[in-house]
Design a protein around this ligand. Structure first.
Ligand SMILES: *Cc1c(COP(=O)(O)O)cnc(C)c1O
Length: 388
């Protein structure tokens, strides 16, 4: 579970029925049928469903991209870092305002995550702050498309080129989003997606790495199956490797056909169903909240994103009051994210992150998922108005 829910979302006197959920998997009969078909095929591991899901993601993104699917978004990030040669002694720039998955994926390779401050208007990596954190050991940067907004992606790539850094985009929030007329993932160095239970599309759990470099993708195809060379091709033709070689550290990170079958159906529902619904709800929130006292909306590009979460800023020291008031009314809210530099394992001096520290006092994530309806959004905003 990747949301950090503030306080207990369910008090003893609250039932599940009238709780407005923060996020949710949206599963139809079609996903259940697809899973049943895999069950009946009696081949549940990684095989043709995963292969086809990878092809369909590549087609969806366009631009002749290569795709490799893994078991989580976190392992996608870790495999991508390993494949670009990140390891002990290397440093990776990453915003402190992100899911701890980013930090764990970096430290799992032996490299050191270097927390950076973020921009007050968007919560995205602040390149000026990041520049101050560069050392001779800096090898890569991991910008996070926070709340599905990518900000100045061109600027990020110019920065990376200037400092000779690889870029691993954490696009866990941004599947289906567009930038500069192309899908996120259709361009860029290495782009990682998550298909966990509440993302824009889900496999139950899952992730993918996307790149134009066939050699990098081939490496990750091996890394995800314990480093067993060419095992992916064999599994895709329902064979196994009995005689093989291993030349590097691998992990048990492949995607099963059960997960891929769910993802394949979800992908067909994204543009017609999930995307318009998420955009409409986010637009409604923004319209209703734009003039509300003490509420500040984050910068976004609403026509081109598929909003995964809806964080707002509640300024004037009123966030906790609004949060507790909404929770009391059975409206589940969240906080994306606990700052990573505040964690014991990744601790760094708070003075380096004045903006993130401020946002940490102001951010509040409101419910957003395709099963939410307009009247619920209106009610939530009504409650916020009453509370501020
Ligand atoms: C969901 C998420 C991940 C990791 O994905 P999992 O599939 O849950 O491992 C990484 N970064 C961000 C910002 C996320 O929201």
């Amino acid at each position: 579970m990747l949301i950090w829910i503030i306080a207990e979302p369910m008090k003893w006197n609250i039932t599940m029925n009238n709780l407005i959920r923060l996020s949710k998997s949206i599963i139809s009969r079609a996903e259940m049928d697809a899973v049943q078909a895999v069950m009946e095929s009696a081949y549940l591991g990684m095989s043709i469903q995963t292969r086809d899901f990878e092809k369909e993601i590549a087609q969806y993104l366009g631009n002749d991209r290569h795709v490799v699917c893994v078991n989580t978004g976190t392992s996608a990030l870790q495999c991508a870092l390993q494949a670009i040669g990140c390891g002990v002694g290397d440093e990776v720039l990453v915003p402190t305002l992100t899911f701890v998955a980013c930090f764990q994926a970096i430290s799992a390779t032996g490299a050191t995550p270097i927390a950076c401050d973020v921009d007050i208007h968007s919560g995205l990596l602040d390149l000026h702050a990041a520049e101050k954190r560069i050392t001779p050991r800096t090898k890569a940067m991991m910008p996070v498309h926070y709340a599905s907004h990518v900000g100045d992606l061109k600027g990020i790539y110019q920065f990376a080129e200037k400092h000779n850094l690889r870029v691993i985009e954490d696009a866990a929030h941004a599947f289906g989003c567009e930038y500069d007329g192309k899908k996120i993932g259709a361009q860029g160095d290495v782009v990682c997606f998550s298909f966990d239970g509440i993302k824009n599309i889900t496999c139950g759990e899952g992730g993918a790495v996307v790149s134009s470099d066939p050699e990098l993708i081939r490496m990750i195809q091996d890394i995800r199956v314990l480093g067993v060379q060419n095992d992916t091709e064999k599994r895709y033709s329902r064979k196994r490797s009995w005689d093989f070689d291993v030349t590097e550290q691998g992990w048990r990170y492949h995607m099963s056909d059960i997960m891929a079958a769910i993802g394949r159906v979800q992908l067909t529902r994204l543009d017609n169903e999930f995307k318009p619904k998420r955009i409409a709800l986010a637009k409604q929130y923004r319209e209703l909240l734009k003039n509300v006292e003490s509420v500040v909306l984050l910068e976004t590009d609403i026509e081109n994103v598929v909003p995964h979460i809806l964080p707002i800023r509640v300024i004037g020291g009123k966030r906790n009051e609004v949060r507790d008031g909404l929770l009391q009314q059975n409206i589940e809210v969240g906080m994306h994210y606990k700052l990573n530099h505040q964690l014991s394992k990744y601790h760094a001096d708070a003075a380096l992150f004045p903006v993130a520290e401020q946002l940490y006092q102001e951010l509040l994530t409101l419910p957003l998922h395709p099963d939410l309806d307009e009247s619920e959004v209106a009610d939530i905003v009504g409650s916020i108005k009453a509370l501020v």
